[in-house]
Design a protein around this ligand. Structure first.
Ligand code: SAH
Length: 210
């Protein structure tokens, strides 16, 4: 159930859903998503669906991971990327081979610890993780060429806009019951907002759970 054939079927599905970036598809074909869920859910890991990872959180749907990564990279190669909401670490593992350096923050300690172990196991060495509220960004290492959020705030956190480099791209779901995936680009004059598609993410919550 975790064979290359099963993975390739998922890639086929992503293509049909409109994912066109070959680099993204190739990384997804080579990333063992079953390692990012509990063993009991392993046989469902290559379905195009979100799955529970504990603590009321979910590993994102593969289509959503692919789409957000594709949108992030559409602006050209990314050097430094900040990810908010590490969760299982799956999106982190997809970003890692596609950008120079990934900084990923998660507010729930238990999830953060497990994700860190998986990233180490996969020998993805260009990833730094920390237990933190993504609402603060990661000012010590910013500004970022890309910021990708896997949890939805009601409005765009100004801190994240401040930590975007010139030309940088923020991909973030916004809203409560109804959410929309937004792409916000930092331009010479300010920020350009683009609404992409309806999405369904867990809420962006404040504070840290140790
Ligand atoms: N891309 C991840 C998605 C996990 S779900 C995956 O595929 O596994 C989103 C994650 O965002 C949850 O783990 C949740 O705890 C985290 N989160 C929510 N609000 C946050 C915040 N303010 N700062 C950091 N992480 C946050």
């Amino acid at each position: 159930m975790t064979s290359q054939r099963t993975r390739n079927r998922l890639i086929q599905r992503l293509r049909q859903a409109g994912i066109a970036n070959e680099q993204v598809l190739s990384v997804m074909a080579n990333t063992p998503r079953h390692m990012f869920v509990d063993e009991a859910l392993g046989q469902r890991a290559y379905e195009d669906t979100a799955l529970p990872i504990g603590h009321g959180q979910t590993i994102s749907q593969p289509y959503t991971v692919a789409r957000m990564t594709e949108v992030l990279l559409q602006g050209g190669p990314c050097n430094k990327v900040l990810e908010i909401g590490t969760g299982s670490g799956y999106q982190t593992a997809i970003l890692s081979p596609l950008v120079t350096k990934v900084y990923s923050v998660e507010r729930i300690a238990a999830l953060q610890k497990k994700a860190q172990q998986r990233i180490r196991q996969l020998k993805l060495r260009n990833v730094s993780m920390k237990l933190s509220d993504g609402g603060w960004g990661w000012p010590e290492v910013g500004p970022f060429d890309g910021i990708l959020a896997a949890a939805a705030p009601e409005t765009v956190p100004p801190t994240l806009l401040e930590q975007l480099a010139q030309g940088g791209r923020l991909v973030i779901p916004i809203g409560g019951d109804k959410q929309i995936l937004m792409l916000i680009t930092r331009t010479d004059g300010g920020f350009e907002h683009q609404e992409l598609e309806a999405v369904n993410f867990v809420p962006f919550l404040p504070g840290v759970l140790r």
